[in-house]
Design a protein around this ligand. Structure first.
Ligand code: 6PG
Length: 505
């Protein structure tokens, strides 16, 4: 019996996606360079399946994989981003893949690589990309999927991705959970939607990760302020996060942060979090988002600060030395009432900063969409992030509604709901940032979000002086408020007292 789908790369994500596909009645031919991974998935399938016939078949070569598939073939790759994707593609060509066969890359690939790959493999096979979010559990029981590429390929892949994706209850916008092998969620709206031409899906996933970086850093800053400024223990902070998770801040990242803070190390009996080295790792997607924001010219300071926060965290030995020589303000002791107030301020600061981080991400996608001609559908993107992905949150239902009401929304901050939310909570946000600053506790993401908000709502920024400076030393010219737009002026600044002569360039 031929298989429906070929799967290459059986790491954690690949193995779980394969089992998810199998749960949805697809028969999978799989291949990995590491035979133990093939053995492991076959054993797992034997354990989990209810019927007699294997849902997963192991292959020992690319040729065998192609031979075991229904034609035209549909092959999914879950291999590390970069060179390994091309390595597999070349092997598939050597093994005789056909021009109508489809190869779907599900790794965290750089979006420009996907664009190049579609061109490079044209005529040899159809290269399609699908960015996946949700980590290992998401892959197993329902990820958020961001597919993009050839529209014909999408018609073939759509039913598959809609089956395996996370599902949302359309009435509440909340995820429909099921973590039971063999029992995938069939009802609800799937978190899989066609994003656009190839590259668009991985771009959107990259920005998802940029927002993920910002969201995580904001939570970490709230944690540090509670730990170092308010003297709260890990378990107390966990309880606070749990409380927050029942309200406006309800999200997967707040939920797992509480769990991380509550975990006790079996060996020492201490909170495990207190024993984890404070050096953050990163695989690159946050950096790519920051670089893209700088290239496109879209302000995304909270996302960028979150990347820098990881960089400064990695300078552990330098920081340890600096801590002995560079001093901040004297420590203050707060009353219980002041502490309670400070915790409420932090809640509101986190909420407002989170709105700004998402506003930055969506603004960046809007600018990139315009530049690339992608025509991204932001209500749709917010919808497929409501479940399955790492940044899933109740909050995404409000973002969906904002773009459903106005698909030309220039910035999320201008949506009446979000504008009024920030209006209500900004006082406490400002207090939280000011208090952290006065205590000498870093809160780069939180304060950059506030600065983003204040800059965005500022009709007149000091860039008039900046333009004057540029024209002074480099004759870079400037436009005038009182003259037609686009007309350039230059002044001979270095001759004080002389009448200013406007020179049209
Ligand atoms: C997801 C995650 C996933 C991965 C990140 C981690 O959406 O499922 O974003 O893609 O966990 O790449 O990135 P860092 O290692 O850079 O934190």
């Amino acid at each position: 019996q031929l298989c429906d789908i070929g799967f290459i790369g059986l790491g954690v994500m690949g193995k779980n996606l394969t089992l998810n596909l199998a749960d949805n009645d697809y028969r999978i031919a799989c291949f990995d360079l590491d035979q133990t991974k093939i053995d492991a998935i076959i054993a797992q399938d034997e354990k989990e399946r209810t019927g007699d016939s294997p849902r997963v078949v192991g292959c020992h070569s690319y040729t065998e994989l192609l031979a075991k598939l229904k034609k035209p073939c549909l092959i999914v790759l879950s291999v590390p981003a970069g060179e390994p994707v091309d390595h597999v593609c070349h092997h598939l060509i050597d093994a005789g893949i056909g021009a109508d066969d489809i190869v779907v890359d599900t790794g965290n690939s750089l979006w420009t690589d996907s664009v190049e790959r579609e061109k490079q493999y044209k005529g040899k096979f159809i290269f399609f990309s699908t960015a996946v979010s949700g980590g290992e559990v998401g892959a197993r029981f329902g990820p958020s999927l961001m597919p993009s590429g050839d529209p014909y390929a999408w018609t073939r892949i759509k039913p598959v991705w809609e089956a395996v994706a996370a599902k949302v209850d359309p009435a509440s916008g909340k995820p429909i959970e099921s973590n039971v092998p063999g029992k995938p969620v069939k009802e609800g709206e799937p978190c899989a939607a066609y994003i656009g031409p190839v590259g668009a899906g991985h771009y959107v996933k990259m920005v998802h990760n940029g927002i993920e970086y910002a969201d995580m850093q904001l939570i970490c800053e709230a944690y540090q302020i509670m730990r170092d400024g308010l003297g709260m223990a890990a378990s107390e902070i966990a309880a606070t996060f749990r409380e927050w998770n029942a309200g406006l801040l309800n999200s997967y990242l707040i939920e797992i942060s509480a769990e991380v803070l509550d975990k006790v190390d079996e060996e020492t009996g201490q909170p495990l979090v207190d024993l984890i080295l404070d050096k953050a790792g990163q695989k690159g997607t946050g950096l790519w988002t920051a670089v893209s924001a700088l290239q496109v010219g879209s302000p995304a300071q909270t996302i960028t600060q979150a990347v820098f926060a990881r960089s400064i965290s990695s300078l552990k030995s330098e920081r340890t030395k600096a801590a002995d020589v560079l001093h901040g303000p004297a420590k203050v002791t707060l009353s219980d009432e002041q502490k309670q107030r400070a915790v409420q301020n932090l809640h509101d600061a986190l909420y407002c900063s989170k709105i700004c981080a998402y506003a930055q991400g969506f603004q960046l996608m809007a600018m990139a969409s315009k530049e690339q001609g992608w025509k991204l559908d932001f209500a749709q993107i917010a919808k497929i992030w409501r479940a399955g992905c790492i940044i899933r949150a109740v909050f995404l239902q409000s973002i969906t509604q904002a773009y459903e009401q106005n698909d030309n929304l220039a910035n999320l901050l201008l949506d009446p709901f979000f504008a009024s939310q920030i209006q209500s909570f900004q006082g406490n946000w400002r207090h939280a940032v000011a208090d952290a600053t006065l205590m000498g506790i870093p809160c780069a993401a939180m304060s950059s979000a506030l600065n983003y908000y204040d800059s965005y709502r500022c009709a007149v920024l000091p860039a008039n002086l900046l333009q004057g400076q540029r024209d002074y030393f480099g004759a870079h010219t400037f436009e005038r408020l009182d003259k037609p737009q686009g007309k350039k002026f230059h002044v001979e600044w270095s001759q004080p007292g002389q009448p200013q002569v406007a020179i049209k360039r």
